[in-house]
Design a protein around this ligand. Sequence first.
Ligand code: SIN
Length: 300
Amino acid sequence: MFSQDFPVFNASGVWCTTKEELESLGKSEASAIVFKTMTLLPREGNPKPRFFLGSNFSINSMGLPNLGVDYYCSISADLRKYKKPLIASIAGFSQNEFLVLFDKINKASFDIVEVNLSCPNLEGKGLFAYDLKTSFLILKKIMKKTKKKVGVKLPPYFDRQTIKKVAEEFLKLKIDFITLVNSYPLGCFIYINKEAMVIKPNLGIGGLGGGILQPIALAQVVLFYQYTKGKLPIVAVGGIEEVSDIYRYTLAGASFFGIGTRLWQEGPEMFSRLKKELKEFLKKKKVKSLKEKIGKVKFL
Ligand code: SIN
């Protein structure tokens, strides 16, 4: 699906809203170009400040600012010149909107669609992924008509039973991959001097990402990998900053890696740094390829 040598790219949302940003991913060592989650109409997103970077975490309540699905469909053919998989990310506000969005992407120059069921920042809206019945229905309809590979971006779930149910249904539906995980939906931080929230929207509460998310995301990767017996490829997202993070997620069961908060800090040059460091890391470990370590964590 993606480059096996260096299966690392951006997480949707970071460095991928404007054509210039997408072009800079194309020019970088990222092995795919993931677009900002797109909606039917362009959106300005939530009021600012809507992003905060803490010591090992970030809080975001962007509210899906994007240029609209028609715009992204109109530029995708041009981005082919980078010869990388193009991954659209879509989010509807209703079942029907997901299907309309999907139809547009299905006809456009994208290779893969990531169905984002996990945006935590839309005022008055819950996360689709926590409504299993509706989520399964949307995905069933999408899988019936798709000409593309289809992935699903999930939020963290809070019990093993739900993960098992989702894992089993996704295998039945023949979903091509899952992205684990979107930000933890309810995070906030408070300035001591101002005695105020650090971001404005939704009572100052938004998605929690960055390094702090890693133990949460790792557990999701382990459980999905175990419950699907490794049959559902996993894109790990959550606090990846160094190659040791990539290796840890590999042991847990991930095959591909998306970078969010750290990419925001370091920029797309990050990919060439990681590519070089990964080569050295694997050489030191005497491991030929990450592939041989997928899901190989030792349980005590
Ligand atoms: C946002 O735009 O609010 C973040 C998108 C997401 O978490 O899916």
